[in-house]
Design a protein around this ligand. Structure first.
Ligand SMILES: Nc1ncnc2c1ncn2[C@@H]1O[C@H](COP(=O)(O)OP(=O)(O)OP(=O)(O)O)[C@@H](O)[C@H]1O
Length: 574
């Protein structure tokens, strides 16, 4: 048990806990508990000395000393709570950025939005800082000190307390055995219900348009009810055990009083010892009772720590800290193989090609050919199973994301803009001169469109802000991709929502980026686009069917047999 506790404390999820402050908290706990000894010692003196000597001076002096000791104990207790608050907050602040990175990587690589690890971080923080958390457990290791104190007074009373301790520890273990599994299952079911809610809210328009509210509500209710019934079953068992614990505690008090009285009657101890031992035993057993009280929190915190560890293990910092020079833009895709996580079959099956800097590649192929997957691999979002994508010889996946991002512009198929101003979105939420933002917008052909909005570049989008049309979003997304003229530009169906004017602006922008030496990969089936590219790649079933200069590939596609071999390419109609 101690070994597993040590492993837990060393786990990456708790790496951000300030150990030195915890040692201070432990020292404070020892001080609090030692000062508490003043009360039984006071009773001992008052019952055995003061009452017999009837010395009021001694009584006042003793009362004053013990009052100071207890006040000091209360003060240290408050400071300890404040320190735990600071430890918890510092922990969340220290681990938060890494978990945010891991959550983004998780969501991007598994294409499954998940902020669970960040919620788990708050669970651990609340446990460390809350009154019903770590502070309830922190006194538990000092229970033996109280036991020794009671034994020092009388072995018989010590035995009664030891029996009480063993009973309470057994009840704690029973609580774990009877409720732990249920609580963990309830937690998982709760997370599942939460995921469903998030999914529904993200696609609320679809739900409303097609009257799917009832079906979605029922699906959520099923998960929610399961979570609630598991939690209720656990709570019911815990309530029975809690009643039992209270009963045991009352019985122990009675037993201690009875045993004390027995020993007093047999002249083995004084009344003072009897009262002092009762106080010591009660204080000593309290942390064990508290431990049972916070068991639910303990189980959910343990599960949260496990999930944080998993998130950190699956998405460790694999990026190189090495700073690389600005690439020229030579893109080489080498024997690239990719299979989605959990899928047996690869969706990219050994693709290889090279693009010179300043080359514009058009990527075409039927639906589900793997075009978007290839685009994500080229941007280093997903990790290949084997092979690599290299920009100027450096593996894009291993490249430091922040640094690689400066050289890469990416426009996904579903353009997502973030809550914030249009300026922030174009500037990728970093520091930027106004001139740079305007230049990117002008290049993407959306400068005038932005100026026509109520607050121009300061127009807020997202929650509580303006809702942009699909075409407007796509143009701002393009400006974001072109911001600061990256060396590699990957555009996934960038003209899907664009009108003729928008498409002309897009082609001009990409043409200018090419003139500036950027390497461009563009997925599109529009003839107007394909007429402008330098190279053309035709993808089918995760493989390159044709690759080469545009004219050459188009000529090959004109042959009926070739076009038949790549279904969907016919509609290019070039
Ligand atoms: N996150 C994912 N998890 C599992 N499978 C995926 C994932 N993303 C894509 N796939 C699968 O990979 C294959 C290629 O998908 P991809 O989106 O790359 O095709 P595409 O050529 O871009 O299609 P389209 O033209 O329809 O957008 C498909 O079979 C798809 O089901």
């Amino acid at each position: 048990m101690i070994k597993s506790l040590a492993t837990l404390l060393r786990s990456p999820a708790l790496a951000g806990i300030d150990r030195r402050s915890l040692v201070t908290v432990a020292v404070a706990s020892i001080a609090i508990n030692l000062l508490i000894f003043a009360l039984p010692l006071y009773s001992l003196q008052v019952y055995d000395r003061v009452l017999t000597s009837r010395s009021l001076d001694t009584l006042w002096l003793l009362t004053l000393i013990v009052a100071v000791a207890l006040s000091l104990s209360a003060l240290i207790d408050t400071l300890r709570a404040r320190m735990l608050l600071r430890v918890g907050n510092a922990y969340a602040l220290a681990l938060g950025p890494r978990l945010m990175d891991a959550s983004i990587a998780h969501s991007a690589r598994l294409a499954e939005p998940s902020a669970q690890a960040l919620r788990d971080l708050q669970t651990v923080r609340s446990f460390v800082t809350g009154a019903q958390g770590l502070v309830s457990l922190i006194d538990a290791p000092l229970v033996p000190v109280f036991l020794v104190g009671v034994y020092a007074m009388h072995a018989g009373l010590g035995n009664v307390m030891l029996a009480g301790m063993v009973t309470l520890v057994a009840l704690a273990l029973a609580t774990d055995g009877l409720t732990g599994k249920l609580l963990r299952a309830a937690g998982e079911a709760g997370i599942d219900a939460q995921r469903r809610v998030e999914g529904v809210m993200q696609n609320a328009e679809v739900v409303e348009a097609m009257g799917m509210r009832t079906a979605m509500r029922v699906s959520w209710q099923v998960a929610q009810t399961e979570s609630m019934s598991l939690a209720s079953a656990a709570a019911e068992r815990a309530a029975h055990l809690s009643g039992l614990v209270k009963g045991v505690r009352l019985l122990l008090n009675l037993l201690l009083a009875a045993a004390g009285a027995w020993y007093v009657i047999h002249d083995e101890i004084t009344i003072g010892v009897m009262v002092a031992a009762g106080i010591l035993a009660a204080r000593g057993l309290a942390p064990l009772e508290a431990m049972i009280g916070v068991w639910k929190g303990l189980v959910s915190t343990r599960a949260a720590i496990d999930r944080i560890n998993t998130a950190l293990e699956h998405f460790p910092r694999t990026e190189s800290a090495m700073s690389l020079p600005v690439p020229r833009g030579e893109l080489s895709v080498e024997r690239l193989v990719y299979a989605p996580p959990g899928a047996g079959q690869p969706t990219i099956k050994g693709i290889s090609f090279t693009l010179e800097p300043g080359c514009w590649l058009g990527l075409i192929g039927p639906s589900a050919a793997g075009k978007s997957t290839l685009a994500k691999l080229i941007c280093g979002i997903w990790q290949p199973v084997s092979g690599s994508v290299r920009l100027d010889g450096a593996d894009v996946f291993a490249w430091n994301r922040a640094e690689f991002g400066r050289h890469c512009g990416y426009l996904p198929q579903d353009v997502e803009l973030f809550a914030g101003s249009i300026r922030d979105n174009i500037a990728r939420f970093g520091q930027a001169d106004d001139a740079e933002v305007v230049a990117a917008a002008q290049m993407a052909g959306c400068h005038h469109m932005i100026l026509r909005l109520a607050d121009g570049y300061d127009t807020r989008i997202g929650a509580g802000g303006t809702t942009l049309s699909g075409g407007q979003r796509q143009r701002i997304g393009l400006a974001r991709a072109l911001f600061r003229q990256p060396r590699l530009i990957v555009l996934d169906e960038p003209n899907a929502s664009l009108d003729h004017e928008g498409e002309t602006a897009l082609l001009q922008a990409v043409g200018r980026a090419r003139e500036g030496g950027a390497t461009i990969v563009m997925i599109s089936h529009r003839p107007s686009v394909l007429a402008r590219v330098d190279m053309l790649a035709v993808l089918a079933d995760g493989q390159v069917q044709h690759f080469g200069p545009r004219e050459e590939v188009l000529a090959r596609l004109q042959r009926p047999a070739a076009a038949r071999a790549v279904p969907g390419v016919r509609r290019v109609g070039v």
